[in-house]
Design a binder for this molecule. Structure first.
Ligand SMILES: Cc1ncc(COP(=O)(O)O)c(C=O)c1O
Length: 446
């Protein structure tokens, strides 16, 4: 067609079907799939393709499907809600939202709790930063080496990995990343002193930027490889924050509601975190997160400053209420701890066969192991394990500061036979990677 030809009304409303079909439309590279095929159905730890082939989800869908895919109680609650009321917008209430607020507040470690619902985890982080600024009247925030808090601009300010931060629009004058020793190993008195000195120096820097509003911490840095912060340090961090008039924001988006073996990490602490962030498990796949804290702290933020159209979506809230009921009824934290203890034992046994499996660690239904050869983290070896796992239809994420960590994040409610499938899949993948030459194929992809 002549490009200068003006289209008639008919031509405008009847596009060439064939040309439309042949247009190569793709999902953006940034959000596109990085692991496995397109899935069609799910159930428990299983994801199935349209032809019925089953894959074991050792990622729990980015850590969210902690009760397993399509958990019947969650799906039933959401289905009932779908038939009643899908949407109100954040400025109009719903009984589903009121119920979620009440249930989550009641389970939380706060005396007079308030809950701010969000759509995503990153939105909970953004909201917490605003609340901390409103509550303290200060602006600067302190995050930690190896932290991960999501990929929106404010959250990215606190996220450690440089390639994620590169496109952040956050005012860099407001964030200090505490230059801390790695928290991966047990801390002796000297390390503890060095850690606290580093934290005080970071707080000094943040104070010099006009005052510290918040210290934001994951009790376990899951995304960067399951780096566990010793509970005694959690209290020390809380006290250091409070001494400066700053809030401690505990980002429990990955760890909270039972995944890491506790409902809330506050159970392990003497101090109570000022704000607790939850997400992932809260919806078991439905998009929802929340900030929880004392009402006086949350209500420092004036009405309307933090809203988003879909926050408190009735369907997500109904699903989340069913999640909380199931977490309590199934004693999820205890179940997760049992699963973690079994995984720790089985991984330690496998590490005897494959000595390059280093530093097995678990926290509830979270497990990780590093691939280390000739004394050095080996991302190619970790990649080879993940590719071998994939060939055996076991989905695993990598991670770790050097990309040499394997993360094992199954749903926490596994049957006996499902657990054996997982361990058999890991055994097979470790064996296959071990048989590859030292410079074997594969990269430590995240
Ligand atoms: C600790 C932590 N905070 C925040 C986030 C961001 O949550 P979302 O991806 O739902 O925005 C994540 C996601 O992995 C996380 O692990």
């Amino acid at each position: 067609m002549n490009s200068t030809h003006a289209k008639t009304a008919d031509e405008q409303t009847a596009p060439d079907e064939k040309a439309v079909r042949e247009r190569a439309v793709a999902e953006a590279r940034s959000t596109g799939t990085t692991l496995g095929p397109e899935f069609h159905t799910g159930q428990g730890p299983w994801l199935r393709t349209a032809d019925g082939t089953a894959w074991f989800d050792g990622t729990s869908g980015s850590g969210a499907a902690t009760l397993g895919h399509q958990h019947p109680a969650v799906v039933a609650a959401a289905t009932v809600q779908l038939g009643k009321l899908v949407h109100t917008g954040c400025k109009l209430g719903s009984d589903a939202r009121a119920e979620l607020v009440r249930r989550l507040g009641e389970l939380s470690p706060y005396r007079t709790p308030a809950v701010l619902p969000t759509v995503t985890g990153a939105e909970a982080v953004e909201s917490a930063l605003k609340i901390a600024r409103a509550a303290t009247g200060k602006r600067a925030v302190v995050g930690f080496t190896h932290g991960y808090h999501g990929k929106t601009a404010g959250a990215l300010g606190l996220t450690w990995r440089a390639e994620f931060k590169a496109y952040s629009a956050l005012d860099p004058d407001a964030v200090v990343t505490a230059d801390l020793p790695e928290l991966r190993d047990a801390v002796g008195p000297e390390e503890r002193a060095a850690f606290l000195a580093g934290l005080e120096a970071a707080l000094d820097r943040a104070d010099a930027l006009g005052g510290t509003a918040a210290v934001v911490l994951e009790p376990i840095q899951v995304t960067e490889g399951l780096l566990i912060v010793p509970p005694t340090l959690l209290d020390a961090i809380a006290r250091a924050a409070h001494a400066r008039g700053a809030l401690l924001v505990l980002d429990e988006i990955y760890t909270g509601l039972g995944r890491a073996g506790r409902l809330f990490t506050a159970e392990l602490m003497t101090e109570t975190p000022d704000l607790t962030l939850v997400g992932k498990t809260l919806g078991n796949g439905f998009p929802i997160g929340a900030v929880v804290g004392e009402r006086a702290v949350l209500d420092a933020l004036p009405a309307g400053v933090q809203t988003s159209t879909f926050s408190g979506s009735p369907v997500s809230c109904a699903a989340a209420v069913a999640v909380l009921e199931t977490v309590v009824a199934e004693e999820l934290p205890a179940r997760a701890r049992v699963l973690g203890a079994r995984l720790a034992e089985d991984l330690a046994r496998l590490a005897k066969t494959y000595p390059w499996l280093s530093r097995v660690r678990t926290a509830g239904a979270l497990a990780a192991v590093d691939c280390v050869r000739a004394g050095r983290p080996d991302p190619a070896l970790a990649g080879a394990v993940r590719e071998a796992a994939l060939r055996g239809r076991l989905l695993l994420f990598g991670g770790g500061p050097e990309g040499a960590t394997l993360k094992i994040v199954p749903p926490a409610l596994l049957t006996e036979s499902e657990y054996h499938v997982l361990v058999a899949g890991l055994t097979e993948a470790f064996g296959a990677a071990d048989r590859q030459p030292a410079d074997g194929a594969g990269e430590g992809r995240r």
